[in-house]
Ligand binder design. Sequence first.
Ligand code: 5GP
Length: 176
Amino acid sequence: MVQVKDKQFEVFLPETEILARTSQLAAQLSRDYANKEPLFVAVLNGSFIFAADLIRHVSVPCHVSFVRVHSYQSTASTGTLTEVIGLQENIEGRHVVVVEDIVDTALTMSRLLAQLREQMPASLEVATLLCKREAMQTDLALKYVGFDIPNRFVVGYGLDYDGFARNLPDLYVLKD
Ligand code: 5GP
């Protein structure tokens, strides 16, 4: 058990299990992207540890880039908008794999994919460590998923609670 600020968390997935699954995903990506020189686009901050572990096990030539996603309320009636910050590469004609820590409602990811799609990549897929499938509000095709998890709040292995706990090697879930 671990205390993070005012909340208690218990181990949910130990680092060894995460790494075993991550290297399976990397092997699958290496097969699927042989001769395609994929561009991995990792979404900061949460995915930094997963991206490092995943991409380190990819055995085919590839490029790596990092973006941030800024979500904000539009003043018009269009609701929440998402801005992709920091993408340096021209992704037109590239095989792009977005690397994310967790897909919850999937709203962030679907807006991010829509923005990237406008730039005409040759292909666009998602590799996410975690997916809360029952929380998803939009029908998103996620090709590379580490673990389907219940709709509970998790921290560690890059994921935070109020900025803390990203450094914990294992993944923890909030205690009931
Ligand atoms: P979505 O748009 O899919 O609902 O939101 C995804 C983002 O919400 C993730 O990138 C992550 O930052 C945050 N998030 C969703 N669920 C969790 C969770 O269980 N733990 C943490 N630490 N962040 C979460």
